[in-house]
Design a protein around this ligand. Structure first.
Ligand SMILES: Cc1cc2nc3c(=O)[nH]c(=O)nc-3n(C[C@H](O)[C@H](O)[C@H](O)COP(=O)(O)OP(=O)(O)OC[C@H]3O[C@@H](n4cnc5c(N)ncnc54)[C@H](O)[C@@H]3O)c2cc1C
Length: 370
């Protein structure tokens, strides 16, 4: 059987390995339009590749029902079958070497050993499903294959191979694509944050959609000259769906100090002196110039920003949205094009920071084989 996979990312290369392990006589070719296979892996986890999360909360995904079949232990043993050891740092799973290069090298070595063919610098352009086979057109030639697996990622980020061109091809074939926007991405706010550029603050952050709280997480916020970043903000960005709604980001920066502060509220005479006990000088300046003295504690508890825009796809780790799951059936096969399959980020499936998205990419390749 001839199998063609589009995209030499985490889901595409792992799918090729799985297929060759189970069906060594199948001919598996990956078409990759960039000059390197597994290029994005090198950028993950700041070069350390956060492969997964011991607290594999399926409810953190927008479609948890897609994969409840594997435990974290089974996932780790699958990852280690690529030929490297892993370790946990807190709850986060990394290669033992803490180097994404190890993941890439070992996966490619294994793919090569299994005779997976990877064609680089070749762009997938279109395909035609016939009764008995599929015609695949690339920038270099035309192929005839038995199965086509689309593992071409989404729109994050161009420099790592993802230009979103796959969605124009698939929408021509009639696939419904849920609204796309950058995910795990910093956000721009209507309020001016220039004075705080580069400052960090640990806080409880809530996201309100038209006044209703839809997401709460504690973490470190990194202020940017025109908005907010940090893992807690990036996780929050996945929940902003529609620019027509109003989204407010509410920061409670007082945490456990709130009770003591409330008790002493009446005695606060010198605002600057008071704030300096809790905040770094930049924040003190910002608060002094922005807050109303009478509402000091209330304001610190409900420090509110208004969402203006996402940073662009180049700054995003994932794309929210993708092929609508109503278009696929078991094993990620298309409902209306026989022998066409989808894997990984190209589908409308995403999770938060902390290894969840690579877990999905690898797990989807395992579920394909079930
Ligand atoms: C900076 C950064 C850091 C990240 N860190 C982490 C992390 O630590 N942990 C984590 O879990 N997740 C992380 N992610 C997210 C994770 O990398 C992705 O969710 C995952 O790589 C998706 O895998 P995929 O195989 O579905 O798609 P991709 O890895 O995007 O692979 C798709 C491949 O298809 C190719 N392609 C696309 N269109 C075509 C075409 N028309 N023709 C031929 N080839 C094509 C692309 O070049 C690409 O190589 C990070 C992402 C980024 C950008």
């Amino acid at each position: 059987m001839k199998i063609m996979i589009i995209g030499a990312g985490a889901s595409g290369v792992s799918a090729a390995i799985n297929i060759k392990r189970k069906y060594p006589h199948d001919e598996v070719t990956i078409i990759e339009h960039s000059d390197k296979a597994l290029k994005k892996i090198l950028a993950t986890g700041n070069g350390r590749c956060n492969l997964g999360n011991k607290q594999l909360h399926l409810s953190f995904y927008n479609h948890p029902e897609l994969f409840d079949k594997y435990s974290f232990k089974e996932y780790v043993s699958y990852i280690e079958s690529f030929g490297f050891k892993t370790k946990l740092i807190g709850d986060l799973l990394y290669p033992y070497s803490e180097s994404a290069q190890t993941v890439r090298n070992q996966m490619l070595k294994l793919a090569d050993k299994l005779s997976v063919k990877i064609n680089l610098n070749e762009d997938f352009i279109d395909y035609e499903v016939k009764e008995e086979f599929i015609i695949v057109k690339t920038s270099l030639r035309t192929y005839q294959v038995d199965k086509l697996i689309i593992a071409a990622g989404a729109k994050s980020t161009k420099g790592l191979g993802n230009d979103g061109s796959i969605y124009s091809i698939l929408s021509k074939h009639g696939y419904a694509i849920t609204p796309l926007h950058p995910g795990l991405v910093p956000i721009k706010t209507k309020e001016n944050t220039k004075l705080l550029d580069g400052q960090r603050l640990k806080a409880k952050v809530s996201l309100l959609e038209n006044g209703k709280t839809i997401f709460v997480e504690e973490g470190e916020i990194l202020f940017k000259k025109d908005g907010l970043s940090g893992i807690v903000i990036m996780n929050l960005s996945n929940h902003i769906n529609n620019n027509k709604n109003e989204y407010k980001i509410v920061i409670n920066s007082l945490g456990e100090n709130i009770q003591e502060l409330q008790e002493n509220h009446q005695q606060i005479l010198d605002k600057r002196e008071f704030l300096s006990q809790y905040f770094s000088p930049k924040f003190v300046e910002y608060f002094i110039s922005h807050l109303n003295e009478l509402d000091l504690i209330k304001a610190l508890q409900n420090w509110t920003f208004t969402f203006k825009d996402f940073y662009d796809y180049e700054n995003s780790q994932i794309t929210v949205g993708g092929i609508d799951l109503s278009n696929i059936k078991d094993h990620f096969e298309s409902k209306f094009e026989k022998n066409v399959y989808f894997l990984g980020e190209v589908l409308d499936m995403h999770g938060p920071c902390g290894g969840y998205n690579l877990t999905w990419a690898f797990m989807s390749s395992l579920l394909l084989m079930q």
